[in-house]
Design a protein around this ligand. Structure first.
Ligand code: FES
Ligand code: FES
Length: 405
């Protein structure tokens, strides 16, 4: 736990928080400010938008710790704000809301448009509002409401607010860095679930155990291959072979003295990340364990990743098969960090492990992995469809709850 001091709706607040606590959770759970809504929890829908030092920000992907010394304004803190009052009246008049779930975030963004862009026309209003999703009203009434407030203020000659810093990464900039020890200390995981031993060889099987989001996210995965432990351990020592089994990964230099350089390509919808980095490897033949410590950077999205992958090989089926238990402990920073919410990370890790297990099994059996290198270049890891499937599942669950199914 770390202590933070910040101002929330004009009041000084001091509180102890876990480094992984998001600002929205902090405000809703410890300050009981439930006007900040959570929709996607991935920085996409805008329901959680509030003001940090006067700038709109997604509180679901902002760590509370990053707001040390900041002034936070939630929708509750805008009760007496003149612009928000005008917007509230216009939203009611123009039918700019139905269920109201998106409304707090819409109002915060709309207030920003009115104060920052007093000359905005309808096209600009639509563009600026495009980061806030409404699932029931449609946008006609909302856009009409914002335009009505802008028109009224122009007619009345209301002076625009003084310029403020441009939109960009949020956080007060006063926060202390978080040490890696703290990150690790903040992470506790549920006991690992592993694939149950079977009597029949079934090819590689995988299982997911636990996933946590936030800095120091820990994932545990297991899979079983139908080969003896010594053979699997020897295979894991051939780094070029192991890297070749990982979707999107490639070596950029031949490994030397337990050190490797490589790259990992990931596609997340419109974002294509190309991480380059390096890693050190340690292996212990006595315990059949290994650990890989690596770090990488994607210059296109300015995202960085640091992580540790450890594995242990366990004999199964009287030595005929080997279970590989993997633990990944990583922190992702930058634009891609918004995708580190547990649902997506869990599914992504499961998909990765399944592909990796299949390819390890294929190579151990003397075949090629599932990509035909001669026919086509190795594909990057496309997580975009995965994110959509996670969102689809959440919407389906929400509708099921709503309709009592
Ligand atoms: S809940 Fe934060 S953007 Fe959707
Ligand atoms: S009014 Fe229901 S989500 Fe926008």
């Amino acid at each position: 736990m770390r202590t933070i001091r910040l101002t929330v709706n004009g009041k000084a607040v001091t509180a102890a928080v876990e480094p992984r606590t998001h600002l929205a959770d902090f405000l809703r759970e410890t300050q009981l400010l439930n006007g900040t809504h959570l929709g996607c929890e991935q920085g996409v829908c805008g329901a959680c938008t509030l003001l940090i030092d006067g700038a709109p920000a997604r509180s679901c992907i902002t760590y509370a710790l990053a707001c040390e010394g900041a002034e936070i304004t939630t929708i509750e803190g805008l009760d007496d704000d003149e612009v928000t009052r005008e917007l509230r009246a216009a939203f009611s008049r123009e039918h700019g809301l139905q269920c109201g779930y998106c409304t707090p975030g819409m109002l915060v963004t709309a207030r920003d448009i009115v104060t920052r862009l007093p000359e905005a026309d309808e096209r600009r209003v639509r563009l600026e509002l495009s980061g806030n999703l409404c699932r029931c009203t449609g946008y006609v009434g909302i856009v009409r409401a914002v335009c009505a407030v802008l028109d009224a203020r122009r007619r009345n000659g209301v002076a625009p607010e003084p310029a403020r810093r441009p939109l960009g990464p949020v956080g007060s900039g006063h926060a202390q860095p978080i040490s890696s020890t703290e990150l690790r200390g903040s992470t506790t995981v549920a006991p690992s679930t592993v694939v149950a031993p079977t009597d029949e060889p079934t090819g590689p099987t995988t299982g997911t155990a636990a996933a946590r989001s936030g800095p120091g996210t820990v994932l545990r995965q297991s899979f079983t291959v139908d080969h003896p432990r010594e053979r699997v351990f020897a295979f894991f020592g051939q780094l070029d072979e192991v890297v070749a089994c990982m979707p999107g990964a490639a070596l950029t230099e031949a490994p030397r003295n337990g050190h490797l350089r490589g790259r990992l390509r990931i596609k997340l919808g419109p974002i294509a990340a190309d991480f380059t980095g390096e890693a050190e490897i340690e292996r212990d033949p006595a315990s059949h364990r290994g650990v890989i410590r690596g770090r990488g950077r994607d210059s296109r999205t300015s995202s960085t990743a640091i992580g540790e992958v450890s594995y242990v090989l366990v004999e199964e089926r009287a030595g005929a098969a080997t279970r590989v238990d993997i633990e990944v402990d990583y922190a992702l920073r930058g634009a891609l960090a918004q995708f580190s919410r547990s649902g997506i990370v869990n599914d992504l890790a499961e998909r990765l492990t399944t592909a990796f297990a299949r390819n390890v099994e294929a190579r151990l059996s003397g075949g090629a992995d599932s990509w035909n290198e001669a026919a086509a270049p190795r594909p990057e890891l496309d997580a975009g469809s995965l994110i959509l499937s996670v969102l689809r599942t959440r919407i389906r669950r929400f509708l099921d709850r709503l309709l009592g199914r």
